[in-house]
Write a protein that binds this ligand. Structure first.
Ligand SMILES: NC(=O)C1=CN([C@@H]2O[C@H](COP(=O)(O)OP(=O)(O)OC[C@H]3O[C@@H](n4cnc5c(N)ncnc54)[C@H](O)[C@@H]3O)[C@@H](O)[C@H]2O)[C@@H](O)CC1
Ligand SMILES: Nc1ncnc2c1ncn2[C@@H]1O[C@H](COP(=O)(O)OP(=O)(O)O)[C@@H](O)[C@H]1O
Ligand SMILES: [K+]
Length: 471
C-alpha cells in the first residue's frame, strides 16, 4: 500500500525486508562503497568506549552473514587500535556473502585468527555480538545457542550489532534464545523488534548509526517509533473565551457489580485529561456519586446515548451479561467516536453480529485490547498475538476499520490506512489492574476535545505511559 510521506519527528521503523531492499539499492548505486565498512567503523568506535579498562580481550562472536561481516571489520579496526581481540566464527568462508567474505579476508590478511569455539574460562572486557542481524530465519540452536548462553553468563558489557542475535527484528520475538545486550548499535534505521515484546529487555541501550545515508534517501515505511509527541498530538491552545461545551461530553459505560472501580478510574482520568464533562453510565445502580471526584455525573446506562455525548467509551467493568450486550449494541449505533475496551471487546469476540455492526460504523471506532482480548477477537492464542504484535494489531484494524492499540510492552497503535506506531513510553510499572481503564478515559477525553481519532490514540497511549510514575 503506498503511504504518503509525512513530516516526521518520530523516527521511521524498518522491517528486515526494507533493510534488504535498501542494501540492494545501495549496492547497485554505489558499487565501490561498502556499508559494512562503515558499520564496522561505527562498531569499533562505540566498542572502544564500552570495553572495560581491564585490558582483557574483546570477544567477537561472528556469524555466517553480513552481521558477521560487520563484526569482522570491527575486529580488524579494534586490533589496529591496540585492543586484544578474540574472534569466534564457525562459518565456511567459501559460503559468506561477498562483503562478509572481503571482511574475512581483510581480517586474515591483517594477521587475525579465527577460532571455532569460545576459549574456556577466559575473561573479557567486552562481547561484540555479530552472530545474526536482520537475516535471522529460524530458531537458534546448536553451537550458536551455546555461545549465546555463554556470552549471557559473562560478567562484562555486551554490545549487539544491529539487533541482539536471536531477537526477531520485525516483531521482538526471541527465536530459541537471544543475546542479552547492554547496548545495541543498530544500522541505517530503527527496527520495530527493538521496541516491542522482548525487544527492550534484550536490546539494552539503543544507539543508531545511519551509515552516512541521508534519511531522505531511505524509503518511506508505514511504521514509526513514537518517542515523543508531535505537533499533531497536541490540542490547540484554549481560548480565554471558552466554555465546557467546547471540550467534549464524555460518556463512559461500564461498572457492573464488583467492577465499578474500572468505570470510576476511566471517568477520573477523562476529567484529568481535560474533558469538558464526564457522565458515567454505571450498571451497578447503587453507585450514584464519586465522593472523591464529585465532578463526575451519573446516568442510567440505557439513557446515555439519548443524551448525545460527543464521545462514548464502553467496556471498563462492563461484564458480559445480556444487559451489557444490549448496551453495546446501542453504543455501536451512536453517531460519535466510540472507544471499545475490556468486556466490550470480549462481547464483540463472542458475537459475529455485533462484530459486523462494529465494522460497519461510519464514525471513528477505537479498540484498546490487551493481548488476551486481541486473541479472543482474532480467534488466536495470546502467545500467537505476542509472536507478531504488529501484524495482530493491523489485522484488527483492517477487520474493524478501526484504530487499534494493542497494549503491553511496546504498545502498537495500528491505523486503518496501514500506518502503525510503537510507543516507547511507559514500562512494567503499568502492569496493574485498572491501568487500561485509565488509558480509556484519557483517550475519550482527547477525542471529546476534538483530536483526530488516530492522533488521539497515539497521544493517549504515549501520555498514559509517560505520566504513570515509576515506583
Ligand atoms: N543495508 C544493510 O542492510 C546493511 C546490513 N548490514 C548488516 O548485515 C546484516 C544482515 O545480513 P544478512 O542478510 O547476511 O543476515 P545475517 O547476517 O543477519 O544472517 C544471515 C545468515 O545467517 C544464517 N541464519 C539465519 N538464521 C539462522 C539460525 N537461526 N541459525 C543458523 N544460521 C542462521 C543464514 O543462513 C545466513 O547465512 C544486518 O543485520 C547488518 O548487521 C551492514 O553490513 C550494513 C548495511
Ligand atoms: N510490561 C509492560 N510494559 C509497558 N506497559 C505495560 C506493561 N504491562 C502492562 N502495560 C500497560 O498497562 C495497561 C494495562 O491495561 P489492561 O491490561 O487493559 O489492564 P486493566 O484491564 O486491568 O486496566 C496497558 O496500557 C498496557 O499497555
Ligand atoms: K547481532
Amino acid at each position: 500500500m503506498p503511504i504518503a510521506p509525512r513530516a516526521l519527528v518520530s523516527p521511521p521503523l524498518f522491517m528486515a525486508a526494507d533493510c534488504r531492499a535498501i542494501d540492494r539499492h545501495w549496492a547497485a548505486a554505489h558499487p565501490t562503497t561498502s556499508l559494512m565498512e562503515r558499520a564496522g567503523t561505527a562498531t569499533a568506535e562505540l566498542a572502544g568506549t564500552l570495553a572495560s579498562e581491564s585490558g582483557e580481550s574483546v570477544l567477537i562472536l561472528a556469524g555466517p552473514g553480513n552481521n558477521g561481516g560487520d563484526a569482522l571489520v570491527a575486529a580488524r579496526l579494534l586490533a589496529t587500535q591496540g585492543f586484544r581481540v578474540v574472534v569466534v566464527n564457525r562459518a565456511d568462508p567459501a559460503h559468506l556473502p561477498p562483503d562478509a567474505a572481503r571482511a574475512w579476508a581483510a581480517w586474515r590478511e591483517s594477521g587475525g585468527t579465527i577460532l571455532a569455539d569460545i576459549p574456556p574460562s577466559q575473561r573479557y572486557s567486552l562481547v561484540i555480538d555479530g552472530l545474526f542481524g536482520v537475516g535471522l530465519q529460524r530458531d537458534i540452536g546448536g553451537e550458536e545457542a551455546r555461545w549465546i548462553e555463554a556470552a549471557n553468563g559473562l560478567n562484562c558489557p555486551k554490545l549487539a550489532l544491529d539487533v541482539p542475535s536471536g531477537l526477531d527484528s520485525d516483531n521482538g520475538r526471541v527465536r530459541g534464545c537471544a543475546l542479552r545486550a547492554d547496548h545495541t548499535l543498530t544500522f541505517l534505521g530503527l527496527k520495530p523488534g527493538l521496541f516491542t515484546a522482548d525487544g527492550p529487555d534484550y536490546a539494552g541501550q539503543l544507539h543508531l548509526d545511519t551509515l552516512g545515508i541521508d534519511a531522505a534517501a531511505l524509503p518511506v515505511t508505514p511504521g514509526i517509533a513514537l518517542t515523543q509527541l508531535e505537533s499533531r498530538h497536541h490540542l490547540p491552545a484554549r481560548r480565554q473565551n471558552s466554555h465546557k461545551g467546547l471540550f467534549g461530553h464524555v460518556g463512559i459505560v461500564g461498572g457492573a457489580s464488583g467492577m465499578v472501580g474500572a468505570c470510576l478510574i476511566a471517568g477520573r482520568a477523562a476529567l484529568q485529561q481535560g474533558a469538558g464533562s464526564v457522565t458515567l453510565a454505571v450498571l451497578d445502580e447503587r453507585v450514584v456519586v464519586d465522593y472523591l471526584e464529585p465532578r463526575l455525573m451519573f446516568a442510567v446506562p440505557e439513557n446515555l446515548v439519548d443524551a448525545q455525548p460527543s464521545v462514548l467509551a464502553i467496556g471498563p467493568g462492563l461484564g458480559q451479561q445480556p444487559r451489557a450486550h444490549a448496551l453495546l449494541e446501542t453504543a455501536l449505533a451512536a453517531p460519535c467516536p466510540l472507544v471499545l475496551d475490556a468486556d466490550a471487546l470480549n462481547l464483540l469476540a463472542g458475537d459475529v453480529g455485533l462484530a459486523k455492526q462494529a465494522a460497519r460504523r461510519t464514525h471513528p471506532t477505537l479498540l484498546t485490547p490487551h493481548p488476551g482480548e486481541a486473541a479472543r477477537l482474532l480467534g488466536a492464542s495470546s502467545a500467537g498475538i505476542q509472536a507478531n504484535r504488529i501484524k495482530a494489531a493491523q489485522r484488527l484494524s483492517t477487520q474493524y476499520h478501526a484504530h487499534v492499540a494493542l497494549k503491553g510492552a511496546g504498545t502498537i497503535i495500528a491505523h486503518p490506512d496501514g500506518r502503525y506506531a510503537i510507543s516507547t513510553s511507559g514500562g512494567p510499572w503499568l502492569a496493574q489492574a485498572g491501568s487500561g481503564d485509565r488509558l480509556t478515559g484519557m483517550l475519550a477525553a482527547l477525542l471529546g476535545q476534538g483530536m483526530d481519532a488516530g492522533n488521539a490514540l497515539e497521544a493517549a497511549v504515549w501520555l498514559h505511559g509517560e505520566t504513570a510514575s515509576e515506583r
